[in-house]
Design a binder for this molecule. Structure first.
Ligand SMILES: *Cc1c(COP(=O)(O)O)cnc(C)c1O
Length: 399
């Protein structure tokens, strides 16, 4: 479904932004209504997704795990996209929109660096100037992604204020957007932020579910899967996977959040399963906060899930009972990671490993012999360091 004119999905969404940000937000809202649906835009987007990103991505039935579990596990292979994850679908869309809005410059903020790399990639391809803001702590931690962005021609700005992490980078990016709104588009990386971003990013990611629906039907006599499953950080790969399936009420929609270490009182990123309603980064949604509204730190072994907010449409689908949200701890996500490596020869991102790991742990919650489609949001090469640290701590081989 689409949000109301002011951006609400039920009681979630909206635009809680300072007056100075309203002009570019309204300009973007017009562009979403007028440019995105146009034939010219859609033709260019389709060509770029096909020729540059490599779409359609494969829908693959895992032969070995399917046998182990007694159900059919299908993977939507977003890991096979150019740059190795779903994020490029959105960045290509927003970069094309930037150009068609007549703006020569795109800015972004990034924590783990994956969204920064995807933005820098799309900007290079379309000849846009690109500046990526990143907390100074994250610049140190993610040196490899910083070098990738620089190779792609982006300027990476290390933000030295506050805790020197993502939320400080977001503040500086917003200031840049206010100061340079005539020339600049702010490329948000998930289905979060003020209206129209949750809708815009979902519509660019919806290609995941549209393809999966058609590919599944073509190979299963026009049928539908019993469930689709995706990991949820900000919620863009999950929203992209769910969108085409929402009207098909027989299909269960399952979002898997990160439960952190799973120990009582640990930090986690399970916004929908454990969070409460509030306003965060321009949008009314569920988030991790204290009783008096201070944002709690989030944590996950998967860098891309480590975020204390979530897209408002997920909060709506949860409240409406259309989608279910569950959470999985770091160890069980690692079990998903190792199992997919060993049994199927696919190294998944730690984010996607949450979705895989949940299915491995809960085959009994799905119909015996049924069909489940998991969004494999990205590949795991980027996570080798984290996995090696875990193996070293365990003093040996992963199970
Ligand atoms: C960033 C990222 C995620 C989390 O973001 P969503 O907006 O929740 O999709 C998941 N998987 C991978 C591979 C990522 O890079």
């Amino acid at each position: 479904m689409n949000p109301t004119e002011s951006g609400y999905f039920g009681e979630f969404g909206g635009r809680y932004v300072p007056e100075l940000l309203m002009p570019p937000v309204l300009e973007l809202t017009r562009a979403v209504q007028e440019i995105v649906p146009s034939e010219g835009f859609q033709a260019e987007l389709k060509a770029a997704l096909r020729d540059y990103v490599g779409r359609p991505s494969a829908l693959y039935r895992c032969p070995n795990i399917s046998k182990d579990l007694g159900l059919n596990l299908w993977l939507k292979r977003e890991d096979l996209n150019h740059t190795g994850a779903h994020k490029i679908n959105n960045c290509i869309g927003q970069a094309l929109l930037t150009r068609m809005m007549g703006k020569p410059r795109m800015i972004a903020e990034t924590g783990a660096g994956q969204h920064g790399v995807a933005t820098a990639t799309a900007a290079a391809m379309l000849g846009l100037e690109c500046v990526v803001y990143m907390g100074a702590v994250d610049v140190e931690r993610q040196a490899h992604n910083v070098r990738r962005m620089q190779l792609l021609g982006a300027t990476v700005v290390a933000v030295q204020s506050g805790t020197k992490t993502l939320k400080d980078a977001i503040n500086v990016a917003l200031k840049d957007w206010i100061a340079n709104q005539r020339t600049t588009h702010y490329c948000i990386g998930s289905v979060v932020g003020p209206h129209p971003f949750p809708q815009l990013v979902r519509d660019f990611q919806a290609v995941i579910g549209q393809e999966a629906l058609e590919q599944f039907a073509a190979r299963n006599m026009g049928g539908l899967p019993d469930a689709v499953v995706a990991c949820v950080g900000g919620g863009s790969n999950a929203m992209g996977m769910f969108h085409a399936f929402v009207p098909h009420e027989s299909v269960r929609l399952i979002g898997v959040e990160a439960a952190g270490s799973g120990e009582p009182g640990c930090w986690h990123s399970a916004t929908l399963t454990k969070g409460t309603l509030g306003v965060f980064q321009g949008v009314r949604t569920k988030l991790l906060q204290t009783a008096d509204g201070q944002i709690d730190p989030s944590h996950s072994i998967a860098p891309g899930l480590d975020y204390p907010g979530v897209g408002p449409e997920h909060a709506f689908l949860q409240s409406a009972g259309r989608a279910e949200y569950v959470c999985l701890n770091d160890d069980r996500a690692l079990n998903g990671f190792f199992t997919l490596c060993r049994r199927e020869g696919i190294i998944p991102a730690l984010e996607s490993s949450h979705a895989v790991g949940w299915v491995l742990d809960n085959p009994g919650l799905l119909p015996k012999g049924g069909h489940v489609v998991v969004c494999l949001s990205g590949r795991g090469d980027k996570d080798m360091g984290i996995v090696e640290d875990v193996l070293a701590r365990q003093g040996g081989e992963g199970k």
